[in-house]
Design a protein around this ligand. Sequence first.
Ligand code: MTE
Length: 332
Amino acid sequence: MLIKPNANGFVHPVASEITTLSAYQSRRDLIRLMATGAAGAAMASWAGREAWAQNWTPPGQRTALARVNSTVAGAVTMEKVTTYKDATTYNNFYEFGTDKADPAHNAHTLKTSPWSVEIEGLVKKPGRWALEDLLKLSAQEERIYRLRCVEGWSMVIPWVGYSLSQLIKRVEPLGSAKYVEFVTLADPKTMPGVDSRVLNWPYVEGLRLDEAMHPLTLLAFGMYGEILPNQNGAPLRLVVPWKYGFKSGKSLVKIRFTDKQPVTAWNRAAAEEYGFYSNVNPTVDHPRWSQATERRIGEDGLFARKRKTLMFNGYEAQVGQLYAGMDLRMSF
Ligand code: MTE
């Protein structure tokens, strides 16, 4: 295993170990697509997408080079990847409606170019980053993460992006910065769901600074080797694989560094149900349902068994140390 304990004895993957064989290819494809504005064209028919997904091989089974990457702690799982069709038609993106099928039907109105992300708050280098500059900031890599939704279903998705820490290091948080707030787009003209009162828009999420800096926290620009479909959070989103899916904000427009714990959209809507941390934890139930098991999307047959949910969604070895000494029942 190419993993090294740091000074605290805690195992962190280093960036070079996370990069996969397809990194170069993915980055080239993404940048080419962004440059030519061919994003829409790249959204070929589902049949085409599906053929691609079927031919898609887990990195560990590709080449010697790829196998090196499959040993990276947490960044790759050998579990069967969810089909592209399921990952792009069964979504939560309330700005486009609350039904799972709504985002795929409605998100074509989202205008992803031009796009920029404002960095503000307690940082030495605040400012507005154009999407093109964010794309170029660091090498894109493919990471196959489990995504566990608080509602009790899960998927396995090959994301493309880089560690959010790359951007955070570049903007230099001040010593007083303890949290990072993520604000996503709320545009009533293109997002029909923003009229609804389900949530207080914009959708806001947050992490502690050390969580945001963790190498597993991904700033994603793509999935399945292509740019993100609108319904999955184009043109860029967060993926925090050890937390319930709602922590992974889509279509980010602002990243703010603060000294106070951000008030997140779901916490504001129902504080007793959705805590700030929202780490996947099979021993802490949601007030209205158990979190001990999950339904893997694609395994929905009559006789399909539910899977046991794993502590920190299976990423305990990588992130458990972040919560040492904390009562996870209180800080849920
Ligand atoms: N981001 C925004 N802006 N709006 C949302 O409604 N839903 C969250 C999260 N990010 C949501 C969001 C929830 S509940 C989940 S489970 C994941 O996105 C779903 O991501 P996916 O549709 O790409 O699987």
